[in-house]
Design a protein around this ligand. Structure first.
Ligand code: EPZ
Length: 429
């Protein structure tokens, strides 16, 4: 069977500097929010990733005029002609759920299937529905999400959990709703503040209060804007953990350290020399990695769940035992069996994994099962002795513009190839 895959020859430290693509988790809500107003939104530094492609197709289905030239996207939502989001697209990405808030906010009605996305957990939408009901939206249970937003108005919403998507959905529904909305226990991720910055530039009235809650005062309409997406902190963090695992010294340019405080502190505990300035972040990796006795993922500003798999890959090469607990998603250790096939010594214990660092990763044929596990397998391949083939590229391409281009720029021996995945590489037993 021929599968497009990545081939890596490990054992080479990384050196050099790199600029990071625009943030996936900022671009997706910002693009969806274009539905809310008239006029042309021109968005620069928009990442060339498949999740953006799906979102642009859904915007076109809704009636938006969409164009793309490289990393610049324009969206004109002056005419919204359809408030039904198609199953075949929406079921591919999690962030399709944001069309619920955007279409309800603009048209007072929305119909969409339950969202898709990486199989890292059950990923319910109860927090989204509960919050929008507080804003007067009514839902009909037809096997799809059918929203009647004729009674939409501002309200106080307290989220039981600081869900990123639910926070974004309430913002999208509230910016054009009559009255004021206060979101308490709102997610604190920087991508939320970037969405609000984008909306405020269009004439919305949102503010992050000192206690982290978000106050929104509804306005009548939003105007056009030109905006540039900020760098992707998770992609940057992925490359920092790659340098930790492979050794070497790299500089991430154009990335403010803000948004990566916790992962940078963890990298320092792992023995890395970190220099974090306003415009760049640098890691000098001595090649020896200290284990992390205990760490648990948490909502921002805690350690981000999206860097948990890259962390596991790096810790597989550490000296000593690490215990990592995943507290956000219930099925986010799917990279573990693949890392074990590369020689990692990892044991799963309910919502924790125990890693006995062994510096014994070896090449193997492995496959990604979700976006960040794919990136983690690439990191493991950089550190492993011998050659590694990573399949499941469709997952990696959801969030990484061109991981081969980026890591090659840093000296990695990595390439994209079509070829027979299974037979070429003898499976290590
Ligand atoms: C966003 O997903 C990100 N996706 C995820 O990134 C990220 O891992 C996650 O936030 C946490 O930071 C995008 O921004 C497109 P949540 P989201 O709602 O909004 C539970 C990546 O790799 N929950 O904060 O879906 C949920 O099951 C992706 O880039 C409910 O129970 O995350 C999870 O356990 C993966 N009911 C927890 O909350 C709900 O209604 C956090 O989910 C909603 C969520």
């Amino acid at each position: 069977m021929t599968l497009k895959h990545i081939t890596i020859t490990g054992g080479k430290p990384l050196y050099g500097q790199i600029k990071i693509q625009g943030s996936k988790n900022a671009a997706l809500p910002i693009l969806t929010s274009c539905i809310l107003g008239n006029g042309v939104c021109r968005i620069d530094n928009c990442p060339c990733i498949s999740d953006v492609d799906v979102t642009l197709r859904m915007l076109k289905t809704a009636g938006c005029r969409v164009s793309r030239g490289g990393s610049t996207v324009t969206v004109d939502a002056s005419q919204i002609t359809c408030c039904e989001v198609p199953e075949n697209e929406a079921s591919r990405i999690r962030s399709s759920i944001l069309f619920l808030g955007a279409l309800t906010g603009r048209c007072r009605t929305a119909s969409l299937p339950f969202p898709g996305g990486c199989a890292i957990g059950e990923r319910p939408v109860n927090l989204h529905i509960g919050a929008l009901e507080k804003l007067g939206v009514c839902f009909e249970d037809t096997g799809r999400l059918e929203a009647d937003g004729r009674g939409l108005r501002g309200a106080r919403v307290t989220l039981p959990f600081p869900s990123v998507g639910a926070t974004e959905n309430v913002i999208l529904a509230a910016v054009l709703a009559p009255g004021k909305t206060l979101i308490q226990n709102a997610a604190l991720e920087p991508e939320i503040d970037e969405l609000c910055e984008f909306l405020n530039l269009r004439g919305a009235r949102t503010v992050r209060k000192p206690d982290g809650s978000i106050l929104i005062e509804g306005v009548r309409t939003l105007g056009p804007v030109r905006y540039s997406i900020k760098p992707d902190r998770i992609v940057a963090g992925t490359y920092l953990f790659a340098a930790a695992a492979a050794g070497g010294k790299i500089r991430i340019c154009g990335l403010p350290a803000a948004g990566l405080e916790n992962p940078l502190a963890v990298l320092k505990k792992m023995g890395m020399k970190i220099t974090a300035e306003n415009s760049f972040c640098e890691i000098d990796s001595p090649g020896i990695i200290r284990a992390v006795p205990y760490l648990e993922t948490a909502p921002y500003p805690g350690f981000p769940t999206d860097l948990q798999s890259p962390l596991l890959a790096a810790l597989s090469e550490a000296r000593g035992e690490s215990l990592i607990r995943e507290r956000i998603f219930e099925n986010r250790f799917r990279v573990v069996p693949e890392l074990i096939r590369m020689g990692a010594k990892i044991k799963e214990e309910k919502d924790c994994v125990r890693i006995c660092g062994s510096q014994s990763l070896h090449g193997a044929s492995v496959a990604a099962t979700d976006l960040r596990s794919g990136a983690a397998l690439v990191i493991a391949g950089l550190a492993a002795r011998g050659a590694t083939k990573v399949g499941g590229l469709e997952y990696i391409e959801r969030g990484y513009e061109n991981i081969c281009r980026d890591l090659s720029l840093l000296g990695a021996e990595i390439s994209l190839s079509d070829g027979v995945l299974a037979e070429e590489m003898p499976r290590k037993v």
